[in-house]
Design a protein around this ligand. Structure first.
Ligand SMILES: [Zn+2]
Length: 248
């Protein structure tokens, strides 16, 4: 770390659980963020601010005026622009040291298979069951940990999956059969700062995976009810017959 970095990251260096080694691990890390909407915005901004060395931003969407109520990585002037380009600009304005790669594509099984090499972890900020199952499948195959997040209406959830541990449950153990019939935010609405709460938790769990502190959260689901103002935690278990993590 050079003098500028020692100053920039000084509030991390003061944390004995992070210190120089933890910050160096963040600087050496490569995180792929899939989806640059309401969840992906705080994830990308916090990971850039925290000094994660390389970010790969993946989203095939463009910024619309109705996104600006909650997708804080995008400025009003970015309407019509690719979300990955817009979010990359915001990340670089925050921290020019971070390398940001942009992929204006949908994260399919095949695409992920070709782009996960060298990735330390994935943060799923998509709003699509097919993309989540693709991330789960490819992260299981490549033994890459990932942080799942979802938010709609007044409630959200965060879960960490770590296929490096063969006893750890996968997304398919939690949801064996989700389909895309669920409501989207465009249909059901979503409270603006709720995606900030959930996205910030995802960013925190990403940092925990890279620069380990406290208790590992893999295998836990945390749900947040914004109306009740309450978090709940649920321990997940691996299904012995899960076809997603026990391929036959
Ligand atoms: Zn499973």
């Amino acid at each position: 770390m050079n003098d500028d970095q020692l100053l920039r990251y000084s509030r991390h260096l003061l944390l004995s659980d992070i210190d120089v080694d933890g910050q160096q691990a963040l600087l050496d890390a490569h995180v792929m963020i899939i989806g640059l909407g309401g969840l992906g915005s705080p994830v990308a901004l916090y990971l850039a601010a925290a000094g994660v060395g390389k970010l790969s931003l993946v989203d095939d969407d463009h910024v619309e005026i109705s996104n600006l109520q909650r997708q804080i990585a995008h400025q009003q002037a970015a309407v019509g622009r690719s979300k990955v380009e817009s979010a990359a600009t915001s990340c670089q304005q925050l921290n020019a040291d971070v390398v940001v790669e942009v992929y204006p594509f949908r994260a399919t099984n095949e695409w992920l298979n070709h782009h996960l090499s060298g990735v330390s972890l994935v943060v799923d900020c998509s709003d699509n069951a097919a993309v989540r199952y693709a991330i789960n499948a490819r992260c299981v195959a490549h033994a890459i940990p990932w942080v799942s997040g979802a938010a709609i209406g007044f409630s959200g959830q965060v879960a960490v999956f770590d296929p490096r541990d063969s006893l750890s449950p996968c997304y398919g153990c939690l949801y064996p059969n989700l389909n895309d019939q669920q409501l989207s935010c465009a249909e059901a609405g979503v409270l603006s700062p709720l995606v900030g709460v959930i996205g910030s938790m995802q960013a925190l769990e990403a940092l925990r995976l890279i620069s380990p502190f406290g208790s590992p959260q893999a295998g836990w689901l945390a749900t947040y009810d914004a109306k009740a103002g309450q978090w709940q935690r649920w321990q997940l278990s691996k299904r012995s017959n899960c076809p997603h993590c026990n391929p036959v």
